[in-house]
Design a binder for this molecule. Structure first.
Ligand code: AMP
Ligand code: MN
Ligand code: MN
Ligand code: MN
Length: 284
């Protein structure tokens, strides 16, 4: 039987709800054998996650999900098996965290212009790690304030692309994100490609650029993908000679369609991104 592998998850060091040790416990309880924590633009949860996983006998991979730009949109690049103590990686991510702080002020200003005051303080109430203030924290504030029925609704009405409180960002370039990951000894995985909604030519350009930059794998199986998208990205992984990854993108209990460890297996013929990693026992 294939191992249950989940290489994409978030803690409250970014926009997840649980502390890193709680995410480890949930992964273990859900039968995950091989787990990565991959918070947005931040490495500060990895030591706690590694300790907790070791206590549970859960194989742990240090990860990070880097905010990057391609063709005017935000894309996410997962760095898996990075050195969690890499000073250059943390320095580069610190630049993204600074951008988050100034973006948060602009989001709050835009919400204030919409007649919603005190959003920065309100969002910070939800951010266990204030350096990682993000749109989910604003969405939580908007729900509290009775301005949105759900996180999804908050994105649809205020925070999503093109909505009144959306602030366009120039994150890392795709090439920078891949280079930072590789310099920290990691493997670069294009996260949830089905969620970017590029026109077909731009998507081809994205995959060409990712491959050319030294990207290693595509996230084929993830909660954001339909069956048809998983099949499509499996085909693109074959076409580009990229490995394949699998991760729930867990943020919080009850949020999203799948929980930690709840995903189907990768198609048999794809090369799993984790093949050959030392923590992996070679049984898949
Ligand atoms: P940020 O990195 O602060 O711009 O926020 C991006 C995060 O917002 C993603 O990682 C998701 O966790 C969350 N997100 C994006 N779109 C939506 C949506 N439509 N509904 C709920 N959460 C979303
Ligand atoms: Mn997130
Ligand atoms: Mn993402
Ligand atoms: Mn994610």
């Amino acid at each position: 039987m294939p191992l249950n592998v989940d290489l994409h998850s978030h803690s409250n060091r970014s926009d997840g709800a649980l502390a890193p040790a709680q995410v480890a416990a949930r992964a273990h309880a859900n039968g995950v054998a091989y787990w990565a924590l991959s918070d947005h633009d931040d490495l500060s949860g990895l030591a706690e996650a590694a300790d907790a996983a070791a206590g549970l006998g859960l194989a742990f991979i240090a990860g990070v999900e880097i905010s990057a730009c391609f063709a005017g949109r935000t894309v996410h690049v997962l760095g898996l098996h990075v050195d969690p103590a890499s000073a250059p990686l943390d320095r580069n991510l610190a630049g993204l965290r600074d951008q988050r702080a100034s973006r948060a002020q602009q989001i709050a200003q835009r919400l204030s212009d919409c007649g919603i005051p005190d959003a920065l303080d309100g969002a910070l109430q939800h951010a266990a790690n204030p350096a990682l203030i993000g749109r989910v924290h604003f969405a939580q504030f908007l729900c509290d304030a009775g301005r949105a029925k759900s996180l999804r609704h908050a994105f649809q009405h205020y925070l999503g692309e093109g909505r009144p409180a959306f602030v366009p960002m120039r994150w890392a370039s795709l090439e920078q994100a891949v280079a930072w990951i590789r310099l920290a000894g990691g493997t670069a995985v294009l996260a949830h490609p089905g969620s970017y909604r590029y026109p077909p030519l731009h998507e081809t350009a994205l995959l060409d650029a990712f491959k050319a930059a030294g990207g290693d794998a595509i996230e084929v199986i993830t909660w954001a993908h339909t069956h048809a998208q998983a099949a499509r990205y499996a085909q693109l992984a074959r076409h580009y000679g990229l490995k394949a990854s699998c991760g729930s993108d867990f943020h919080a209990p009850g949020v999203g369609r799948v929980d930690l460890g709840g995903l189907p297996d990768l198609p048999d013929d794809l090369t799993p991104v984790w093949r050959g990693w030392p923590e992996f026992d070679g049984s898949s």
